[in-house]
Ligand binder design. Sequence first.
Ligand code: IPM
Ligand code: MG
Length: 368
Amino acid sequence: MTNPSLLILAGDGIGPEVMAEVRKVIGWFGDRRALRFDVGEDLIGGASYDAHGTPLTDAVIAKAQSADAVLLGAVGGPQYDTLDFSLKPERGLLRIRKDMDLFANLRPAQCFDALADFSSLKRDVISGLDIMIVRELTSGSYFGEPRGIFREGNERVGINTQRYTESEIARVARAAFGLARQRKGKVCSMEKANVMESGVLWREVVSEIHAAEYADVALSHMYADNGAMQLVRAPRQFDVILTDNLFGDLLSDCAAMLTGSLGMLPSASLGAPMENGRPKALYEPVHGSAPDIAGQGRANPSACILSFAMALRYSFGQGAEADRLEAAVGAVLAQGIRTADLLSAPDATPVSTAGMGDAVIAALEAGL
Ligand code: IPM
Ligand code: MG
């Protein structure tokens, strides 16, 4: 039997540094748990632009399409800010999501107890927080046509289109309901049905799928602006939040900050099942490329390591091994080991990116 394949796209900024730590973790699972992967590596974002003049080549897309899972670091940097829109690093990310048809973006917002005091909210509001945002990722205003900047008389007009088909809503709704069944059994769907027709349709289709296929799950609806307010007011009322591409972008940043530690949050972007039954999948940390600290060994590799844990769970059916890795990261935090982003006291000494990776490996060893 051949090993499952992983394509690593480390990208820009701190991407390569945090990915080096993930490689250690992948190596550990091969050596100690006999879970071996064929790991390939290629370029995306600014790194790809520098080498090939485009943020993502067709050859890399083809590799991503045939890999069992893709692990992505981060893209972007100030040196690319003046590039034409179509050449910016972010276009590489949007293209790979679209070309692989990764319509369901899972963004957990979990509060690690050892870090609860980092939140800007009070500990008793966020302690034990465990939310899963399911963001539609391949449609809506990010991709709708018409789009562009046009001339209209003697001025310019910028246009983007919010557009959702019934089937696009239905498939991401099924993903959210399916996840809720494995969690606390609650879905809250967020749109602006009070203002937008696409929101009216969203609410109708979500309700239809619910009634026909997932009546055992508790479904509620909220306008997305109220949802943002509720997220900050009483976040623990939520289990799974289902929302569209643009609202999901905003709401997931808001939810991420509730936990106080952006450097801890992973994500998964899933598509339809492939022939081998695994979903098309890309895993990436929620944080960006952090060019201000790139190359200094200060980045927190935890979000990227936890993204690999999500890969173990959702692509490779290794839920127990994912639990093992998540527990190891939790154990490291409980020991008080911190990268610079998780320290408030000025006299405390942070561990480096590599030090954090090594601590996770040590915790994995200790857990055997
Ligand atoms: C995200 C990011 C991206 C998005 C950017 C980098 C294109 O903000 O993954 O949330 O807007 O989707
Ligand atoms: Mg975002």
